[in-house]
Each structure stands twice: as C-alpha cells, then as structure tokens.
Design a protein around this ligand. Structure first.
Ligand code: PMV
Length: 358
C-alpha cells in the first residue's frame, strides 16, 4: 500500500486572466487530499472516498458512472467529477509506468471542498498519480507528476485547464504560471483566511462567460490585461518588501490592496457573486489587508490576507458564509505519507465504486 498527499491552493492573483496568457500566482495551502493505492491482482479499479466535501455526505453505490441512483446532499455531478479525476489519474499512472492493465484499490480523503476554487481536483489527481506510480515501482519527480496531472485535468475538463492548480499542488509554496511556463517562486509566510459559501461555481461556464465578454468589449480585454499588471506588481512586492524571510507590514498592506484591486477587476468581468462580495467586505471590515475571490468564482471561496482570528470570526458571522478557516502557505507539495498516517476524522462520506477496466 502506498499513501501520498497533496495540498489545495488559493490564487493570490491572476485567475481567469491566466487563460489569456497573463501570469498568475497561486499558492499551496495546508489543506490536503490524501490518496492510498494498493495494487490488485486483476485490472479492476475500486475506489473508496471519504469526506470529499467539507460538509460531508454519505453514499455507497457500485456500477458505472450514471448507474445506480443515489441520494446526495451535494450534486451528483460533483461526485461524478471527483470520480472522473481519479479515473484520469489512474490512466496517467498506467501510462507513466507502462502498465496498461494495472488494477488498484484506491482510498481518497480530502480536506478541500469540492469545486470551490481551492484546487480539490488537482490535489486528488496529483496525490493519486504519485501514489499509483510509486505503487507500480515507477516513481516520478514532482514536475513529471505535475505534467501528468495537468494532462489528466485537461482530459476531464475538455481542454479547459491551465497548469496552475496541478503545478502548485505538486510543487507546494507559491508558483508563477504564464502560458506553459510554470516556476516556483519565493513566498514569505502569509497569514490567510478562507471563507467558503458552501457552494461551487461552474468553471467551464464562467470561463466561457469571460471569453464572450472579452470578444464583445475591448474594455473587458483591457480588464484582463490589467489583472496581469496587478499580478506583476504583486510579484514585485513579494520579492522586494521582505525583511529576513518576512514580508514587511507595509508589504502586507500593499499586497492586500492589490488583492482588493484584483477582486474588483474579477467582479467587472462578472465572475463574483453576492456571497463572495459579502465575505470579501466582511474580511476587509474586520481588518484584513485585502480579500478576493479565489478560483473560477460564481460561488465557492474567498481568500483574505492579514491577522486572522478577527477575520475568521467576522466571516463566520457573515450571511452567505458557510465556513471559514485560517491557513498559511504550505511549503510541501505532493509527498509520500507513512502507512499509519491516514487522516483521522469523523467520516461522513463513503463512496464506493467498483469498476472494471473497459
Ligand atoms: O476554480 P479553479 O480553482 O479550478 O480555478 C479556475 C481558474 C481559471 O483561471 C478560471 C481557469 C484556469 O484553468 O486557469
């Protein structure tokens, strides 16, 4: 049995604009997905998943996608999507290890809400590929895992995937993504608070909406370019206002200001939501240096920068906020775990599917 875990992420800057060749800076957070893989004698894939959403839900079924009807308190499409990423990760691991008929028992545990802009699918895919290739005796390095995970996401998302989530989850820390170029960058410790509205945006639809707007209005194109300028400015702050390894107080304030700016520009291209705006304002009013939505938007999460206890409390009392947690930049990317290190928490989700290789 092999266990690997990989972190989720927030975008400090640059989502959506990254689709048009602007840079983006996501950073890994200390919420992880853990995948355990045990090779089987046959070519079957058996998946058990626990706590795929922060809220949790319980379902047990067997059969192919779209098979047995199940009663869920999150949408069936989110569960199917989660399973599609696991299937795609298995295909990538089989290809990498040149073992097209390898079968596995797979167990997944994730602390990252599904589809909420925190990179849950990337974390599961990255950890799955690492665990499966190790189990087959063909371990990959982090960049190879990131590349395989990107291809898996690309397949599942019909080509609508950037390398940002998967690269960040594989490498940890903060990364810079621009077109096909991805590099880790130095990142000082940042106190972050995440607010989650309990929902999820439809990434494909939101990306298409921005694309339509951009083709219709020159100023929408300018807005996306301006997001690129904000990202470049933010990178400079992270590089230049550091004393020792810490961002100065002035640097934190400036970075927060840029996050506010970034949120405004994302709102302008129509990807915010009332719940996200409410959380962003609550965090700012509680003293955060800045706050913005993270990921595709439309619902899901915001990230705030600044002293966290007050921000978290303010978020928890905000209508529209379902849950809030403090976090920090996780320097560890994907990594193997000890065999007795399975995360221990109340299990509210059991999702079992037995699937034969087609
Ligand atoms: O919601 P997420 O974490 O999958 O982020 C989507 C980010 C976009 O820039 C909107 C799309 C992409 O693939 O980069």
């Amino acid at each position: 049995m092999t266990i690997c875990s990989a972190p989720g992420k927030v975008y400090l800057f640059g989502e959506h604009a990254v689709v048009y060749g602007e840079p983006a800076v996501p950073c890994a957070i200390d919420r992880r997905a853990t995948v355990e893989v045990t090779p089987r004698e046959d070519d079957h894939i058996r998946v058990t998943a626990e706590d795929l959403s922060l809220d949790g839900f319980t379902v047990e079924y067997t059969g192919e996608t779209g098979g047995d009807a199940v009663d869920l308190d999150v949408s069936q499409s989110l569960v199917e999507a989660a399973m599609a990423y696991i299937d795609a990760a298995v295909q990538q691991a089989r290809a990498a290890a040149d073992a097209p008929n390898a079968g596995f028992d797979i167990r997944v545990d994730s602390e990252i809400p599904l589809g909420a802009g925190l990179g849950s699918s990337a974390a599961v895919t990255v950890a799955g590929i690492d665990a499966a290739t190790r189990a087959l005796g063909e371990p990959l390095d982090r960049r190879q895992i990131a590349d395989r995970a990107y291809r898996a996401e690309f397949d599942v998302q019909d080509g609508q995937a950037s390398r940002a989530d998967t690269f960040c989850s594989a490498m940890g820390g903060a990364v810079r993504v621009e077109d096909d170029s991805c590099e880790p960058i130095d990142c000082p410790p940042l106190p972050l608070t995440v607010g989650f509205d309990g929902g999820a945006g439809d990434t494909g639809e939101l990306v298409s909406g921005v694309r339509r707007l951009r083709s219709e209005y020159d100023f929408a194109e300018d807005t996306l370019r301006a997001i690129g300028d904000v990202v470049r400015e933010g990178e400079q702050i992270m590089r230049e206002t550091v004393e020792g390894s810490q961002l100065t107080a002035a640097g934190q304030r400036e970075l927060g200001r840029l996050m506010n700016f970034n949120h405004g520009l994302l709102s302008a291209v129509g990807v915010s939501a009332r719940s996200l705006d409410q959380m962003v304002w609550a965090a700012r009013e509680a003293g955060a240096h800045g706050a913005k939505l993270t990921g595709a938007g439309g619902g899901g999460c915001v990230v705030a920068l600044g002293e966290s206890a007050q921000t978290r409390t303010a978020l928890e009392y905000t209508p529209g906020c379902h849950r809030a947690f403090t976090t920090e930049v996780a320097s560890d990317g994907v990594r193997p775990q000890e065999s007795d290190s399975w995360p221990h928490h109340e299990t509210r989700l059991t999702l079992t599917r037995v699937r034969c290789q087609s």
